[in-house]
Design a protein around this ligand. Sequence first.
Ligand SMILES: [Zn+2]
Length: 554
Amino acid sequence: MPTPDLILTNARILTMDDARPTAEALALSGETILALGTTAEILALATPSTRVIDAGGRTVLPGFFEGHVHLGLGGAELAHLHLDHLHGIEEITAAFRAFAATHPDRPLLMAQGADYGMLGHPISRHDLDAIIADRPIAMMSHDHHTVWANTAALQATGLMHGAPMPHGHEVVLDADGLATGELREFEAFGPLITLGGEARINLGIATGEEPATPPTAEERAADKAMILAGMQHCAKHGVTSLVNMDGNRYTLELLAEMQAEGTLLLRVKVPFHFKPHMDLTALERASAMMRDFDSAWISSGFVKMFMDGVVDSRTAYMINDYVDQPGHRSFPLFAPETFKEIATEIDRRGLQIAVHAIGDGAVRTTIDGIEAARAANGARDARHRIEHIELIDRADIPRLGALGITASLQPPHPPGAMEFPLEPTLTRIGKARWPDAYLWKTLATEGGAHIAYSSDWPVTDVSVLRGIHAGVTRKPFEGCADECLSLMETLRAYTAGGAWAAHRDHVTGTLKPGMAADLVMLGGDIETCAPAAIPDLGIALTICGGRILWQAGA
Ligand SMILES: [Zn+2]
C-alpha cells in the first residue's frame, strides 16, 4: 500500500459519497485519496515523512466544482477597473480617473461591474465622455452582455457609425446614425476586446474560431499568464475544477502547455463553441477536441451554444411579450428546426450539449432540440445541460428530468441575491411570471433535474462561499415560493453535482479512496455556522491533485 504524503485529522469531512457521507480524517498519496476514517485510523498510516494537518473541527469538502465559468475573460478582468461597490457618477468618475493615471499606456481603460440602471437613465457615450474624453474607456455590464463605450473608444474601433452584425448583436445607433455607445452582445463589443489586447484568449466566446495566424511564443505566454492568474484566483476560493463555458482548440493547447510547464493548477473542461453561422461539418472539430484532450486534467467533449441573450437588454427569448415592451419577445438565436438537427448531430457524435437559455422561449426551444436528439438517436448517458434557465414555462419543468437534463444554475444570479439589482430585471419579467423565475428547488423536485451550481465568473464573484450563502438564504420574490435548496443539497451542487454534470464524476467531486486528491478545507464548520456568516468563513486550504494551491496565512 502506498504511504500518505499528507493527512488531515480532526475534520468534519463531508465526502458527498453516499456510501460514507462523513469522516474525521483522510490521507492523500500523490494525486489521489488514499483512505478516510477516524483520526486514529488515519494517523496509524503515517510515516515519518507524512505531513499532518490538524483541521480543528473545520469542514472539509471535495474541491469545489465550478460548473460554468469563463476563465479567459475572468483572468483578463482581474487587471481591469472594478466598479462594484461604487455609488453615483462622482465615485465612478474618480475611480476611472485614478485608474487612468496608474495605467498611462493602456490602449483601452476597461471597467467591470456596471449596472444598466446605475445612472438612472440609459447610459450613453456622452456619460462616459464626461468621465474621460481623451482616451478610450468602456464599461461592461455585470452580465457581460452589454458594453458602454466613450466616443474615443468608438472611434478607435471604427464603430462610430455602426457595423454589420450577426442577428442578436448590435451597435446601437441614435436617430442621426451615430453610435449611442451601447454595444449589445459579444460581437458588437468584440472590437473593444481586441483594442484591449484580449482578443486571442477570448476567441472561444467571441467567434468559436481559432486564431487566424498561429500565436507567437510571446503571445501564448501572455495568454497563459491570464489563465494562470484566473486559476490562482479560483484556487483561493476553494475551486479545483472548472467547466469553461467558452473555448476552442487553442485554449486546450494552452492548457496542455501549462501542464507540461507545471503551471496547470486546476482541472479544466473546454467546449467547442458552435455559432449560428456554422454548418454541421464544424462539429468534426468538436469531435477532434474530444478525442485529443481526454485526461483527468484537461478534457473537452461538449458543445456550447447560446440560444438567447439576457432579460435586462430584452434579448432573452420569451414565449410571451415583455410586459414593458408589448409586441417584443426577442427570438431564438437558432431556428427551432435547425437547432433540432444540430442537437441530433451533436448527440450522435457522443458529445454533450450545453445551451445558454434564459427566457422561457429559449428554454423550451432547447428542450425540444434535446428531445429530438433523443428520439433520433435513442437514450444514452448524455447528461445534456441547460445553462441559467432564468424563466421557464410550468409545462416544461417535468421535461427536464424526463430527458435527463442538468439544470446548470447560478445562485448569485437572481436579482437581489448577490450583486444584481432587482431592477430592471423584475419589471422586464413581469410580476405575473415571478413565480416561474429563478427556480432551483422546483427544478430539482417537481422537475427531477440534476442540479449543478456555479458562479458564471466573471459575471459574478467566483467566491463559492458567497454563492452558497446566496443559495441557502435567497428571499423569495413577493408571492413566490422559497426556492432555496438545503445546505447539504447546495454543497452537493457545488461539488459532486457539478462533477456529474460534466462527466467528471469518475475523477473528482467526491472524497473516497482512489478519487483525485481535490479538496477544500473551510475556515470553520459550515454546518454549525450561522448562514449569515458563511461568506466570511474563509478558505483555509485548497488542494488539487495532491498539490496545495492555497493555505490561509501561508
Ligand atoms: Zn456564461
